[in-house]
Design a protein. Structure first.
Ligand code: C2E
Ligand code: CA
Ligand code: CA
Length: 821
C-alpha cells in the first residue's frame, strides 16, 4: 500500500517536473475580476465587481447550480516567468478554463489542447513565459453552495505545494486503505463481522475521499477520473451502510427487539444496494435522497446508542465522540446549503474533522478489543453468575501456595438446598441468593474468622463447581480451627435469607483436605477435598476430613471397574469348587462353584469385592454367563465320577430378570445332557425382598426347566420363612455367621435348630455354610441339618484338586475320620 502511495507521489512529481521548468518570481500585483455580459454571472459578479485583488489569494462564493465566471489577468511584472492560475474545485463541482484570443474570443482550454492538468484534483492553468495573452477565464460551478479559492502563483511554488498536498493525500488514503484492509482480513480470518463492518466503512470512506478530491487524476485519464467522481454518491451509501453495521455489531449489549436488529441489517443492506445501483446506472443521487439516508442512519444509530445497558455507557460515549465530527461536518454543510452562502473556507476544517473521526474510530476499535480481552481474562478467573473467583482462580491460588511449599487447608462446601432453590425460584433468584449469602459469609469469615483462627489476610470464597464452593486456609491449622470455620459457614447458611414471605434456610456438606498431609499437589488436594465432601454423613457429623482408607477404596473401585472389562477375554477368572457333604449318609452331595479373579497387577481379588462392582457397572451379566457355561461343563465331567453330584451356582439378583439366563441353561443342559435337577441356582436372601409376584414368576421359570433354587445367606436379611415359602425354593443355606461360632453361641444354636425344623416342615432341604470344626459338624447332624459346607470339609479347590479330593473321599470308609486327619 505504502509502495503504491509512494509510486503515485513519485509519478506525480515526475510528470510535473517533466512538463514544466521551475522559475522563481517575486509576486507583485494581480488583477482578478468577474467579466460582464452574462446574466448568470451577476451572482458571482456581485462579490467581485471590478474587484482588484492585491493579494495572492481570493475566495469566491459559488451559489448552488449557478456558473460563476472569473477573469484572471496576470500582472505585467510576471510576464517573463511561468505563472500558474490555480482554482480550487468546489465540492462536487467543476472548473473550466477559457483562453482569450487576441480577437477577444474565448476558447475552452480543453479544446485548444493546452495543458490544464489535474482538472479534478487541482484545476489550474499555466502561462508560459512571453505568451502574448495574459488573461484567462474560468467557469466555476457546483451543485451545492460552496466556496472556491483562487490563486496566482509562480510555477515553482505551485509545483511544491501541489506535491506536498499530493503527498499528504496519498499518505492519508494509503493509511486508510492499509487499516481497512487489515481490518477486513482480520475480520475474515477471525470470523468477526464487527471488524468486517469497520473495514468496509473505512474503505468506503477512503474511496469517497478519493472521489471527492479527484485524486484519481493522478492515475487515470482526466475523463475517467471525472467519471469516477460520480461514484462518490455510491461510496457515501456504502459508508452509511457499513456505519450502521458497525453500530449493530459493536454494540450488542442492547435490549432492542430482534426485529429492530434485523431491520438495521436490512437497511444497511439496502444502502449498499442503492450505492451499487447508483454506480451501475451512473446517476447522481438527488440531494434530498442523500439527506434522508443520512438522517435515517443518524436516527437509527441514536436509537441503538440510547438502548444500551448501563454497563455499556463507556462505549456509547465513545461512539458519540467518534461520530460527532462527522455530524458537525454534515450540520455545517446543511447550514451552508440552507443559508445559501459559505463565507468561510471550511474545507480544511472538514478535513481535520474527518481525520479526527478516523483517529477516534481507530482508538475505539483498539480500546474495544482491549476491553474485550480484559473481560475475557476477567471471566477466565471469575464466575459470571456470582462474581466469585472461579475454579481457575482457585487452582492458581493453590498452585502458588504449593510452589512456596506453604502448608494450607482446602475447605469445600456444598449448600444442599441450592438445587431446589433453583427449581422453585429460578436461576436468577438462586444466583442472587448465592451472591447475597456469600457476601455475608465473606464478611463473617474475615471478621470472626481472622479473630478466631488468626488467619491473616483476606479469605476468598471460590466457586469450584456449580454447587461446590471453596475456601483456602493459609498456614498450619488445627482440626479445632477447621471446626470453627465450619461453624461460621454453617451459621450463615442456617440463618437463611428471605424470599418474598419464605425464609430459605440452608445446610451444608463440608469436606476438608490439607497440604501436605493429604496431598502433595494441587490437583490431588482438590480431589481429596472433593472425596471428603462426598463422604456420606453419619451420626449428624457436620464435616469430613479426607480419609485415606475410604478414598483408596474408591480409587480401587474405579480401577477394578476398568480392569473387569478385559478380565474374561484375558482369561483371568477361574472356578473353584467347595464340596457339600450329606450329613445323614456321610457322602459327598455336591459342590458350590466360587469364582476367583487373579488380576496381573493387583493380584488376587476376592469376589466379595468385585461382584458388587460388576453388579453396579452392569458387567455381571457377562460374568454370570461365563460362570454358568464353565460350571455346567465341569458338572458334565464330575457326574462321570459321581453321577448324583449337585452343582450350586451363585446368581446375582440382577441376573434373575434376564430371560437369556434361563435360555442359556436350557441350551447347555441339552447340549451336555445334564440332569436339570442336579443344578442349583443360589440367590441371596436380600434379593428376595420386595416385588414378590415378579420374583415368584422368575423363580418359577427356572423351576419349570427343572433347575432347583436355593436361598443363600439365610438369616442375614429380614425375610421370614413364611414369606420365602410363598416364593417357593428347594434349599435353604444358613448363613455362615450363624454356623461358624455355633459351639459358643447359644442363640445361634437356637436359630440353626429352628431353621432346620421350619425348613423341613416346608418341605425344603437345609445347608449349613461355614462349618469349621468337627463339633459343629456333629451338632448340625444332631439338629437334622441335611448338608454341610465349610473349611472343616474342604476349602474351595481348583477343579483338578477337587477331583482328586473326591476320589480320596470316595475311597474312605468313614468320612468324619477322613476329614479329621
Ligand atoms: P457365598 O455364596 O456365601 O459363598 C461362600 C463363601 O464363604 C465363599 O467365599 C467361601 O469361600 C466362604 N466359606 C466357605 N466355607 C467357609 C468356612 O468354613 N469359613 C469361612 N470363614 N468362610 C467359608 P468366597 O468364595 O470369597 O465368595 C464370597 C461371595 O462371593 C460368595 O458368598 C458369593 O456371594 C460371591 N460369589 C462367589 N462366586 C460367585 C459367582 O460365581 N457368582 C456370583 N454372582 N457370586 C459369587
Ligand atoms: Ca453361595
Ligand atoms: Ca452363603
Amino acid at each position: 500500500m505504502w509502495l503504491s502511495v509512494a509510486r503515485y507521489a513519485a509519478l506525480m512529481l515526475a510528470t510535473i517536473y517533466c512538463v514544466f521548468t521551475a522559475a522563481s518570481v517575486t509576486l507583485n500585483q494581480y488583477t482578478l475580476k468577474a467579466i460582464d455580459g452574462n446574466p448568470e454571472i451577476s451572482v458571482g459578479y456581485g462579490a467581485f465587481s471590478d474587484a482588484t485583488f492585491t493579494a495572492s489569494k481570493g475566495t469566491v462564493s459559488i451559489p448552488k447550480g449557478v456558473d460563476v465566471w472569473l477573469r484572471v489577468q496576470v500582472p505585467e511584472s510576471m510576464l517573463n516567468s511561468k505563472v500558474v492560475v490555480s482554482i480550487e474545485r468546489p465540492s462536487l463541482g467543476g472548473v473550466e478554463f477559457y483562453l482569450m484570443a487576441t480577437d477577444d474570443s474565448l476558447y475552452p482550454v480543453s479544446e485548444l489542447n493546452i495543458s490544464a492538468a489535474l482538472p479534478n484534483l487541482s484545476p489550474h492553468f499555466i502561462f508560459e513565459p512571453n505568451t502574448p495573452s495574459r488573461v484567462v477565464f474560468a467557469k466555476i460551478s457546483s451543485p451545492y453552495v460552496s466556496t472556491s479559492e483562487v490563486e496566482i502563483i509562480p510555477y515553482s511554488n505551485y509545483v511544491k505545494t501541489t506535491n506536498v498536498r499530493l503527498f499528504f493525500m496519498g499518505v492519508f488514503f494509503g493509511v486508510m486503505c492499509l487499516i481497512s484492509i487489515f481490518m477486513l482480513s482480520t475480520g475474515v480470518i477471525s470470523k468477526r463481522t464487527s471488524l468486517l463492518a469497520v473495514g468496509g466503512y473505512l474503505l468506503s470512506l477512503a474511496l469517497l475521499y478519493v472521489a471527492h478530491k479527484g485524486l484519481t487524476d493522478v492515475v487515470i485519464s482526466y475523463q475517467n477520473s471525472a467519471n469516477f467522481m460520480h461514484f462518490s454518491d455510491s461510496f457515501m451509501c456504502f459508508s452509511l451502510g457499513f456505519c450502521l453495521l458497525f453500530f449493530h455489531y459493536f454494540l450488542t449489549q442492547n435490549r432492542l427487539a430482534r426485529k429492530f436488529k434485523s431491520g438495521i441489517k436490512l437497511i444497511a443492506g439496502v444502502y449498499v444496494l442503492i450505492g451499487i445501483a447508483a454506480a451501475v446506472a451512473n446517476v447522481d443521487l438527488p440531494f434530498a435522497m442523500q439527506s434522508t439516508m443520512v438522517i435515517v442512519a443518524i436516527v437509527l444509530s441514536a436509537i441503538i446508542l440510547a438502548s444500551q445497558d448501563k454497563s455499556n455507557a463507556k462505549e456509547v460515549y465513545f461512539c458519540v465522540a467518534i461520530w460527532s465530527p462527522i455530524v458537525a461536518v454534515l450540520i455545517g454543510f446543511a447550514a451552508s446549503q440552507t443559508i445559501n452562502s459559505t463565507t468561510e473556507h471550511v474545507s480544511i476544517v472538514n478535513d481535520s474533522l474527518i481525520a479526527l473521526h478516523l483517529i477516534l474510530l481507530l482508538l475505539f476499535v483498539i480500546w474495544h478489543d482491549a476491553e474485550k480481552r480484559r473481560i475475557y481474562i476477567h471471566y477466565a478467573q471469575f464466575d459470571k453468575e456470582t462474581a466469585l473467583p472461579n475454579k481457575f482462580a482457585l487452582f492458581g491460588a493453590l498452585a502458588k501456595l504449593e510452589e512456596q511449599n506453604k502448608p494450607h487447608t482446602l475447605l469445600l462446601f456444598k449448600p444442599l438446598i441450592l438445587p431446589s432453590i433453583r427449581l422453585n425460584f429460578g436461576l436468577t433468584f438462586a444466583n442472587q441468593h448465592i451472591s447475597k449469602l456469600f457476601k455475608e459469609v465473606h464478611e463473617q469469615i474475615n471478621t470472626y474468622g481472622s479473630a478466631a483462627v488468626a488467619n491473616k489476610g483476606d479469605t476468598h470464597i471460590y466457586r469450584l463447581e456449580d454447587q461446590v464452593f471453596a475456601i483456602v486456609l493459609d498456614g498450619k491449622i488445627e482440626v479445632s480451627q477447621v471446626e470453627q470455620y465450619v461453624c461460621i459457614l454453617s451459621s450463615v447458611f442456617e440463618e437463611g435469607v428471605w424470599y418474598k414471605d419464605t425464609k430459605i434456610v440452608d445446610s451444608l456438606d463440608v469436606g476438608v483436605a490439607n497440604y501436605p498431609m493429604h496431598a502433595k499437589t494441587t490437583e490431588k488436594l482438590v480431589q481429596r477435598a472433593l472425596q471428603a465432601l462426598n463422604t456420606k454423613t453419619h451420626n449428624g457429623q457436620r464435616w469430613h476430613l479426607f480419609d485415606v482408607e475410604s478414598s483408596m477404596s474408591s480409587e480401587r473401585q474405579l480401577k477394578l471397574t476398568s480392569f473387569l472389562k478385559s478380565a474374561i477375554e484375558q482369561e483371568q477368572f477361574s472356578l473353584f469348587f467347595q464340596p457339600q457333604v450329606d450329613l445323614r449318609t456321610g457322602r459327598v452331595f455336591g459342590s458350590e462353584v466360587l469364582i476367583r479373579w487373579l488380576q496381573p497387577d493387583l493380584g488376587y481379588i476376592p469376589p466379595d469385592e468385585f461382584i458388587p462392582i460388576a453388579e453396579s457397572s452392569g458387567q455381571i451379566y457377562e460374568i454370570t454367563e461365563w460362570v454358568v457355561e464353565q460350571a455346567l461343563k465341569y458338572q458334565a465331567q464330575i457326574t462321570k465320577q459321581i453321577p448324583e453330584h449337585v452343582i450350586s451356582i451363585n446368581v446375582s439378583g440382577r441376573d434373575l430378570s434376564r430371560r437369556e439366563l434361563s435360555v442359556q441353561l436350557i441350551t447347555l443342559i441339552n447340549e451336555l445332557s445334564l440332569a436339570p435337577s442336579q443344578i442349583m441356582i443360589e440367590i441371596t436372601e436380600s434379593v428376595t425382598i420386595g416385588n414378590e409376584t415378579e420374583l415368584k414368576g422368575m423363580l418359577d421359570d427356572y423351576r419349570s426347566i427343572g433347575v432347583k433354587v436355593a436361598i443363600d445367606d439365610f438369616g442375614t436379611g429380614y425375610s421370614s420363612l413364611a414369606y420365602l415359602s410363598k416364593l417357593g425354593f428347594d434349599e435353604l443355606k444358613i448363613d455362615k455367621s450363624f454356623v461358624m461360632d455355633i459351639e459358643t453361641s447359644k442363640s445361634n444354636q437356637t436359630i440353626c435348630k429352628a431353621t432346620c425344623d421350619m425348613a423341613h416342615s416346608l418341605g425344603s432341604k437345609v445347608v449349613a455354610e461355614g462349618v469349621e470344626d468337627i463339633n459343629s459338624y456333629i451338632r448340625l447332624q444332631a439338629y437334622g441339618c441335611d448338608y454341610a459346607q465349610g473349611y472343616f470339609i474342604s476349602r474351595p479347590l481348583p477343579f483338578n484338586e477337587f477331583l482328586s479330593w473326591l476320589e480320596k473321599v470316595n475311597s474312605a470308609s468313614d468320612i468324619k475320620s477322613f476329614l479329621i486327619r
